[in-house]
Design a protein around this ligand. Structure first.
Ligand code: ADP
Ligand code: AMP
Length: 213
């Protein structure tokens, strides 16, 4: 199964993608997580990506495509995958379609997690992330058992630098300009499915399971 998650930053793509990955035993591939791991490890790619991420801008397609195409060569991708945060531009979507077509393959569906901009701001201001294992929480909607400590691995939680209010506004603008057009792209491809992302996490997942059944 090959799935793309669409939606604004903070819509809950990562939260749902992790649940899909666990339920359907496919890898969860988040380009944002891969960039953040590179930043943490001080790689050249991480240094380049950070300059864009900190401003709420997209990392250039060239860098992002090289990274994801390399990730697709890993053996776990044979089972399929759930992509979270990729593609984010029409050029990335076309490159993905083409790469799959070359092997006679295609995506099964693109799931758009719909959340209005007003809700996005409160979601991102309360997001807390574990850099050690990638766990994502929310201080109100999905709190950890112990404040500031990851339930999954015991790591310390932090606020993502790009979740600061000014950067969130920029990311939303970038989303509307560059990523939202993908909704029409996948509609034309005939594989777009939409879910109401304002529901609680379990209900959003139930809607997704109904789509994938
Ligand atoms: P994205 O991957 O789309 O950027 P996340 O999955 O990281 O979004 O979710 C953003 C924030 O909103 C996180 O703090 C997460 O815990 C919270 N969240 C995710 N889904 C929901 C939901 N259905 N209701 C309320 N909060 C949610
Ligand atoms: P995310 O974790 O998906 O919210 O992504 C965090 C940031 O990483 C984004 O704001 C971008 O700067 C960068 N990024 C992640 N995925 C992509 C992508 N597919 N194309 C370009 N930039 C990306």
């Amino acid at each position: 199964m090959k799935i793309v998650m669409l939606g604004a930053p903070g819509a809950g793509k990562g939260t749902q993608a992790k649940m899909i990955a666990a339920a359907y035993e496919i890898p969860h591939i988040s380009t944002g997580d891969i960039f953040r791991a590179n930043i943490k490890n001080g790689t050249e790619l991480g240094k380049k990506a950070k300059t864009y991420m900190d401003q709420g801008l997209l990392v250039p397609d060239e860098l992002t495509l090289a990274l994801i195409m390399d990730r697709f060569t890993e053996p776990d991708c044979e089972k399929g995958y759930v992509l979270d945060g990729f593609p984010r531009t029409i050029a990335q979507a076309e490159a993905l379609t083409e790469a799959l077509r070359e092997t006679g393959d295609s995506l099964d569906c693109a799931i758009d997690v719909e959340v209005p901009d007003e809700d996005i701001v409160s979601r991102m201001s309360g997001r807390r992330a574990c850099l050690a294992c990638g766990g994502t929480y929310h201080i109100v909607f999905n709190p950890t058992k112990k404040e500031g400590i990851c339930d999954a691995c015991g790591g310390a939680l932090s606020i993502r630098p790009d979740d600061m209010p000014e950067t969130v506004q920029k990311r939303l603008q970038v989303y509307h300009e560059q990523t939202q057009p993908l909704i029409d792209y996948y509609k034309r491809e005939g594989i777009l499915k939409s879910v109401d992302g304002t529901q609680e996490v379990g209900k959003v997942f139930a809607s997704i399971q109904a789509i994938l059944a």
